[in-house]
Design a protein around this ligand. Structure first.
Ligand SMILES: Cc1ncc(COP(=O)(O)O)c(C=O)c1O
Length: 503
């Protein structure tokens, strides 16, 4: 039996278990292990190549999934590969981290969660805090008032009184003036991005996004067959000089940004960056999609509330607003404020998508908004989120002594954490998920996941209470210490999992 010796590339974005799986796969293909031969035990191999047991377990599982080996209960892993078997192309091998349990699901906006999972991956607010009674009253009032009309086909553009209410909302909270005719009701911001893409993007067009960015937007642009070009973000917003270079090179159809509490980096654009970004849009005549899912959830009194749309004098900004995090994601309500010249394309795209958003929900939302309930509810949620934010901030600060680094965001629902040198985000993710703590490794947010420095994670506090935050971060701390080789404790926790949305 050939012994396994491997030189890991510790700087690589490819996790160690994938490197190990590839290496053993190669040994098998080269005939260094024969069919039915037993592989070294997990413990023995881990000790001999100086990695933790989980790395070997994951490497073996990966090889098993690919058909190289199989496990025999109580006995170990055996080679099943025969000389003429064709298993995978090298390209599939490189992408194989996406096959790894939840990560592929995460890149599609889904998660496997168990009853006891501490879910730092989801930014879903806690349903027990949803304003069900107030919304029920609004729905009942609509049913009494509008009867069957609430269930008929609606105007594709959206229920007119709701569009008027949203224009007042924009004026009051964003200082943005838009006519109700230039507003499209959508079934959530995700649909908003999709409709804009249908209206503007053709296959092979170029789209520029921040890098990292929201995975749901990446999947829409990919689905349209667009070429996606990423531009780094820094503490003030998108890197303007790189952006200008890429606008000149690629002549993009649109630029997609999140100017408030960017997902996942949590940064908010400075006013200077907003102004210069608009200058670029005007200079090169390119549209900018401003996706605003989190403004309203700011926890610092003195914050600048201006967004890009408020500064947009030349109608270059297509503004997308979600109410999923401010109110309830299941309502599937949001809107797009678009430049007037786009009206026809936007309505056509909405009509071909789902004809119109739900008439009942649009009408109830209009009453709910006009009665001042949304404002009240956002204030209520802000207090709850702020407590969780403070709790996570305190717990994370205590991890700084292990080399963890982060900038506390000024609002929103996430923290973006840089891991200590030598700790790989995918490995930390893998270890935490075996302890029922879900975190999001940075790769999935990048335009090119394999090129990403594999050293950052996103933690959301929306779906976890304070007790869970403390417990979950304590587990994360232990796994971090383990990976820093300060501790050796490890145990597995298994429970049946169900699917849930990640966003
Ligand atoms: C940046 C961003 N845009 C859009 C969405 C989708 O929102 P909605 O539920 O309104 O479709 C999300 C969801 O998390 C998001 O984070």
């Amino acid at each position: 039996m050939e012994s396994v010796t491997i030189q890991f590339d510790k700087e690589s974005s490819i996790p160690m278990y994938i490197q190990l799986s590839k290496h053993i796969g190669m040994l098998i293909k080269e005939g260094k292990y024969n069919e039915n031969e037993k592989l070294p035990t997990i413990r023995k191999l881990a000790a001999s190549i100086n990695v933790n047991n989980v790395t070997v377990v994951n490497a073996y599982k990966n090889l098993e999934r690919k058909g190289y080996i199989k496990s025999m209960v109580g006995s170990g892993y055996y080679v099943t590969y025969k000389e003429h078997d064709v298993i995978t192309t090298s390209e599939e091998e490189d992408d194989s981290f996406l096959e790894y349990d939840n990560i592929n699901l995460m890149s599609k906006g889904q998660l496997k969660v168990c009853k006891n999972t501490i879910n730092f991956a989801s930014a879903n607010p806690d349903p027990s805090q949803f304003p069900v009674e107030d919304f029920k009253r609004a729905i009942n009032e609509v049913l009494d008032r509008d009867k069957g009309l609430a269930f008929g086909y609606q105007e594709s553009k959206g229920y007119k009184p709701l569009r008027s209410s949203f224009t007042q909302f924009l004026k009051k909270y964003m200082d943005v003036e838009v006519a109700p005719e230039d507003l499209q009701i959508v079934s959530g911001a995700q649909q908003g991005i999709d409709i804009i893409s249908k209206a503007l993007i053709n296959p092979e067009d170029y789209v520029i996004t921040e890098n990292p960015t929201y995975t749901g937007a990446l999947s829409v642009f990919k689905g349209r067959g667009a070429n996606i070009i990423g531009v780094d973000v820094n503490i003030r917003g998108i890197n303007l000089s790189d952006l200008e270079r890429k606008i000149v090179t690629y002549n993009p159809k649109l630029i997609y940004v999140m100017t408030k509490f960017q997902n996942p980096t949590t940064i908010s654009y400075s006013q200077d960056t907003l102004e210069k970004l608009l200058d670029l849009a005007n200079k090169y005549n390119v549209y900018i999609v401003e996706d605003d899912s989190l403004s309203g959830l700011n926890y610092m009194q003195e914050d600048n509330k201006i967004n890009l749309k408020a500064l947009d004098k030349n109608n270059k900004v297509i503004y997308v607003k979600s109410f999923s995090k401010l109110l309830m994601p299941g309502l599937r309500i949001g809107f797009i404020a678009y430049p007037p010249e786009m009206q026809e394309q936007i309505i056509k795209a909405k009509h071909s998508t789902d004809i119109s958003s739900s008439g009942l929900i649009q009408r109830a939302m209009q009453l709910y908004l006009d009665n001042g309930n949304l404002e009240k509810h956002v204030e209520f949620m802000k207090k709850i989120f702020k407590k969780k934010y403070d709790c996570m901030n305190t717990e994370l600060k205590a991890l700084r002594k292990y080399g963890v680094n982060f900038i506390a965001p000024r609002g929103g629902l996430h923290f973006w954490i840089k891991l200590p040198k030598g700790v790989n985000a995918l490995e930390l993710y893998s270890r935490c998920s075996q302890r029922d703590v879900l975190i999001v490794p940075c790769n999935i947010f990048y335009v090119n996941p394999l090129g990403a420095a594999n050293n950052t994670i996103r933690l959301s506090f929306a779906a976890v209470d304070e007790e869970g935050i403390i417990k979950g971060l304590n587990i994360l701390k232990k796994e971090l210490i383990y990976l820093l080789k300060c501790d050796n404790e490890y145990s597995e926790v298994h429970e049946e999992a169900t699917l849930s949305p990640m966003i």
